[in-house]
Ligand binder design. Structure first.
Ligand SMILES: [Cu+2]
Length: 162
């Protein structure tokens, strides 16, 4: 009797994270509008991005500035295994381009904004207890070209060390 009740309780919160295949069946390639692909999607902490691509492409994670400029000179991460899974572990926007020369200019660029997980009641298997409030540290330190959108993090004191 009690056993059955416990089993149900364990099974219920099983799958809350979503695995997004970038570009759906088209994958990560030239000719897909990735800003259109992200439209209407809400990416949460714990979700994953799956890039599927052939060897002429790669996945490069870059800063916002390099994403805007299609610059491959200073990657934060570079993946060439043709099947790359990116874990979305923190709130904020992450930027990806193709590392092959010219491909970003042909549209192989993707920006994914990860929201804090306020909608879900029970986040699983993450030991971080900082769910939605009180995030003292900002993980990505790209103060290079902070665009106008970046007013959320620092209320008042924006340090300019140029
Ligand atoms: Cu490419």
């Amino acid at each position: 009797m009690l056993m059955a009740v416990l089993l149900v309780a364990v099974v219920l919160p099983a799958s809350t994270a979503t695995d997004y295949t970038v570009g759906e069946s088209s994958g990560w390639t030239i000719g897909v509008d990735y800003s259109a692909w992200t439209e209407g999607k809400t990416f949460h902490i714990g979700d994953t991005l799956s890039f599927q691509y052939n060897p002429v492409h790669s996945v490069m994670e870059v800063s916002a500035a390099d994403h805007g400029a299609c610059s491959t000179s200073n990657p934060l991460g570079w993946y060439t295994d043709q099947s790359t899974t990116i874990q979305l572990t923190d709130p904020g926007t992450r930027f990806f381009i193709c590392g092959t020369s010219g491909h970003c200019g042909f549209g192989m660029k993707l920006a994914v904004t990860v929201v804090s997980d306020s909608r879900r009641s029970a986040p699983r298997a993450t030991s971080t207890s900082t769910a939605m409030s009180a995030k003292p540290s900002k993980p990505t330190g790209n103060d290079v070209a902070t665009s106008a959108a970046d007013t959320t993090a620092a209320p008042g004191s924006s340090s300019k060390l140029t």
